[in-house]
Ligand binder design. Structure first.
Ligand code: NAP
Length: 269
């Protein structure tokens, strides 16, 4: 049977598509033929930039400014996207933030904001997407699945990270949400998976990769010896959303240049 990563006739909603990994995924999904709903939180100009690139590549897009941690805004966002494009076939749960501090100094507010965006936001979007997938079911000629959810996780769903307890906990929680959804929704032909990036050059970690000393230290943790680009994640997301990946559900794909291979053992042990 011939299949491809062509996503034409499908609609994808990407959260946090105004920057970094989300922007690269939105552009790659558009190139693969999907209609793209570009969600973002604050950067109007950057969201317009994502849409411009999708248009230049011959694709279709819709921008929706909304806070993923707000239930009312997420319900409205999905209703608007479905009204505009007819349905949603793929959700990429990408929006995420860091609010770093030493554990004993971590404020409840910094803990809560990270949980609200990274974990509750992913829950709210996944729930609204799954409702639509269940309502519509499989459409012959479009995809053999009724819907696909891709969580953007992190190597820190399994690697502890001092000074980032809120972030690591949100990513660990995301993994169990993804797996539980995958188990529960597989009979409805809904696939749910995660992509766990290592260090990818985006705004979230610019302080590290733009400083030569810190960048060198970072490379010691990456056996493949380069910092990742947003496109490294985008390519995998397109493939994972396509029918080429039809038998994959409930798993996490690490795209990390080997960061999860205990790199310090390369120097002894
Ligand atoms: P980024 O460049 O800082 O982009 C974050 C995006 O999330 C922006 O588009 C931002 O929108 C959006 N966002 C933030 N809060 C939001 C909210 N409440 N509602 C809706 N959108 C919101 O970061 P990134 O590196 O691309 O990160 C994307 C995802 O990858 C995150 O989940 C992150 O944890 C994960 N990740 C990144 C790395 C890495 O090395 N970069 C590694 C592992 C995992 P505005 O800018 O418009 O406010």
């Amino acid at each position: 049977m011939f299949m491809s990563t062509n996503l034409s006739k499908q609609t994808v909603l990407v959260t946090g598509a105004s920057s970094g990994i989300g922007q690269a995924i939105a552009i790659a999904m558009g190139k693969a033929g999907a209609n793209v709903v570009i969600n973002y939180h604050s950067d109007d100009e950057a969201a317009n930039g994502t849409l411009d690139i999708i248009h230049k590549n011959g694709g279709e897009g819709l921008i929706i400014k909304a806070d993923v941690s707000r239930e009312d805004e997420m319900v409205a966002m999905f209703a608007n996207a479905i009204k505009y494009f007819g349905t949603i076939d793929i959700l990429v749960n990408n929006a995420g933030i860091q609010k770093d501090s030493k554990f004993i100094e971590m404020s409840l507010q910094d803990w809560q904001e990270v949980m609200d965006t990274n974990l509750t936001g992913q829950f709210l979007c996944a729930r609204e997407a799954a409702k639509e997938f269940c309502r519509r079911g499989v459409v012959a000629g479009r995809s053999v699945a009724a819907g696909k959810v891709i969580f953007i996780s992190s190597v820190h769903n399994i690697v502890p990270w001092a000074g980032h307890a809120n972030y690591t906990t949100s990513k660990g929680g995301e993994t169990m949400l993804m797996k539980t959804m995958a188990q529960e929704l597989a009979p409805q032909k809904i696939r749910v998976n995660s992509i766990a990036p290592g260090a990818i050059k985006t705004d979230i970690n610019k302080k590290v990769w733009s400083d030569p000393v810190q960048a060198k230290e970072l490379l010691r943790m990456i056996p493949y010896n380069r910092i990742g680009e947003p496109e490294d994640i985008a390519k995998v997301a397109v493939w994972l959303a396509s029918d080429e990946a039809d038998y994959i559900t409930g798993t996490t794909i690490y795209v990390d240049g080997g960061m999860t291979l205990y790199p310090e053992f390369a120097y002894g042990g």
